[in-house]
Design a protein. Structure first.
Length: 268
């Protein structure tokens, strides 16, 4: 059976408490990305959320990582805090003009993370999603949207995301709205419930469960135990899955991601 690829990682790679836990104590900071990218299969870049990066930086990140490694990128927060979608267009354009496409085939989805203060407004989000480009410098783009207000728990939002082929982030193990409807040719998952008391952040049963869900998504199915607001699109032959362990007990997140990678590889 044909299945999509499953990428698993964490948010960012610079976190001081990881030294001696994930990173060797004597590892130079400049070597952290190279090390992390050889133990994980993807990383969600956080730095782009806070400030504009340069083309040279994207090229550097590309060249420091293995050929089969993939980055997802958090879009700049300014784009999600504009009063209107028209105002957001300039921020969106500047973001892609910074050289994001220099990552080439290592460019995974772009994550558009909205603050909890943004509630659902169909007209705004239709215009915003319409402003997201389908390609940049000849590189095809995929977009995922994360929302954090209960007003998004509506079929109207799901229909809008589906019409624009944008993935709704599956916010696992969190207090944020959990929407598992499939709206794009790929799945974007952020699990946020790791615990410091557990060596791998999660217990065995939870790790097994998330690995099994990832496999179901990759095979075109949908985990029956996750809530949906609408009927899913017809089963696909395959879907790529991007699964990130973020927030929670951040010091444990690399261990959780590596445990998930091990399970995904065993199950396949």
């Amino acid at each position: 059976m044909t299945a999509g690829r499953i990428y698993v990682g964490v948010g960012g790679w610079s976190f001081a408490p990881w030294r001696g836990v994930f990173y060797p104590k004597d590892l130079r900071r400049a070597q952290e990305l190279a090390y992390a990218s050889r133990h994980l299969t993807s990383i969600e870049i956080n730095a782009t959320f806070y400030r504009t990066q340069t083309r040279e930086t994207f090229l550097k990140w590309r060249d420091e990582t293995p050929e089969d490694f993939v980055f997802s990128i958090k879009a700049p927060r300014y784009a999600m805090t504009r009063r209107s979608a028209h105002e957001a267009r300039d921020s969106i354009a500047r973001f892609f003009d910074s050289g994001v496409a220099a990552l080439g085939r290592k460019l995974g989805p772009i994550l558009w993370q909205f603050p909890p203060t943004r509630d659902f407004d169909a007209a705004f989000f239709d215009a915003f999603l319409s402003a997201l480009p389908k390609e940049s410098e000849g590189v095809a783009l995929r977009h995922a949207i994360e929302v954090r207000d209960e007003t998004f728990l509506t079929t109207a939002f799901v229909a809008l995301a589906r019409a624009h082929h944008v993935a709704i982030v599956v916010a696992g193990d969190s207090d944020f709205p959990l929407i598992a409807d499939l709206t794009a040719p790929f799945v974007y998952v952020r699990v946020m419930g790791s615990r410091a008391a557990l060596q791998q952040g999660y217990g065995k049963a939870q790790l097994d469960q998330w690995a099994a869900r990832a496999k179901q998504w990759a095979e075109g199915d949908s985990p029956p135990d996750l809530p949906r607001l609408s009927a899913n699109t017809p089963k696909r032959a395959a879907r790529d899955v991007y699964l990130y362990v973020v927030r929670g007990a951040k010091v444990r997140n690399p261990a959780a991601a590596m445990a998930l990678i091990e399970r995904v590889n065993e199950s396949r």
